[in-house]
Design a protein around this ligand. Structure first.
Ligand code: G
Ligand code: G
Ligand code: MN
Ligand code: NA
Length: 250
């Protein structure tokens, strides 16, 4: 396929870029870190959203070299930020199941000099559906490197609370679909509150994703979420656009 050929060239041509979106700690209202979000600058089509090409890079295996580039790039950029600011990187299930993942993460940390506890890896529930023993083992190996693990899009997969017993996540990210509908739908609000309570009981920070309005911010604060992310606080932006934001954090 043409898209696949273009994607192969895109890595070497430097057409990928990471954008960064702030995560806010609601206790002190400060930025605690940024999530890296992949962007592809196609020479003719312009900016192509990840939803269009992530499935292709996963099916073709290109996600392995691309994923290594993402981890290295995010660590390199974050190493230049203030020491109290973390970086979160999304891992595809395909990347997660690859044998070389732990080594890739370890290499990126060594190359960049980033303190391991400043790197957070986001995985989705789909990762946990297969081969539980191998999955839990990989999670523990990553944890032994000193990196943190966040459960992304929590509540959208086949959420089973047994995941939380098999492996203690460092953070739960409540899927934005619940946050979006929370003000109109009592069931969505109840789910957000329940996850926040669950996190508090288990000692896991809970991030509300997709916060776009002040009303939503007030609701997630009342629900007891510890952190927030969304357009209300900032859209994903190129690294060079963050110099002022980062300077203010020093
Ligand atoms: O900004 P948004 O359109 O960035 O991202 C859309 C989807 O693509 C989200 O589900 C997000 O998790 C995923 N995504 C964005 N960046 C990355 C990345 O670096 N790696 C992986 N595996 N997925 C990503
Ligand atoms: O699946 P994951 O949570 O990694 O991806 C985050 C996705 O959500 C990215 O596409 C990002 O650009 C998008 N996003 C972040 N904040 C908001 C928001 O406030 N509203 C909406 N609609 N999307 C958001
Ligand atoms: Mn994410
Ligand atoms: Na998410």
């Amino acid at each position: 396929r043409a898209l696949e050929v273009n994607l192969r060239k895109a890595i070497t041509n430097g057409e990928f870029e990471l954008f960064y979106q702030p995560q806010i700690n609601l206790k002190d209202n400060e930025i605690g870190g940024f999530e890296a979000l992949l962007r592809w600058h196609h020479p003719e089509r312009g900016l192509v959203p990840p939803s269009e090409f992530i499935p292709v890079v996963e099916d073709t295996g290109l996600i392995i070299p691309l994923g290594d580039w993402i981890i290295e790039q995010a660590c390199k950029e974050a190493a230049g930020w203030p020491r109290n600011i973390n970086v979160a990187v999304n891992l595809s299930p395909v990347q997660f199941r690859n044998r070389s993942l732990v080594q890739s993460v370890s290499r990126a940390l060594a190359l960049s000099g980033l303190a391991p506890n400043r790197l957070e890896l986001e995985i989705t529930e789909s990762v946990l559906l297969q081969d539980t023993d191998a999955t839990v083992s990989t999670l523990h190996q990553l944890r032994r490197l000193g990196v943190r693990i966040a459960m992304d899009d929590f509540g959208t997969g086949y959420s089973s609370l047994s995941y939380l017993r098999s492996f203690p996540f460092d953070k739960l990210k409540i899927d934005q679909s619940f946050v979006r509908e929370m003000s109109q739908r009592a069931d969505c609000l109840a789910i957000v509150q329940s996850v926040a309570n669950l996190g508090a009981s288990l000692g896991m920070p809970t991030v509300a994703e997709g916060v776009e309005t002040e009303e939503q911010l007030l609701q997630i604060q009342a629900a007891g979420c510890t952190d927030a992310q969304g357009y209300y606080f900032g859209r994903p932006k190129p690294a060079q656009d963050m110099v002022h934001t980062l300077a203010a954090l020093r």
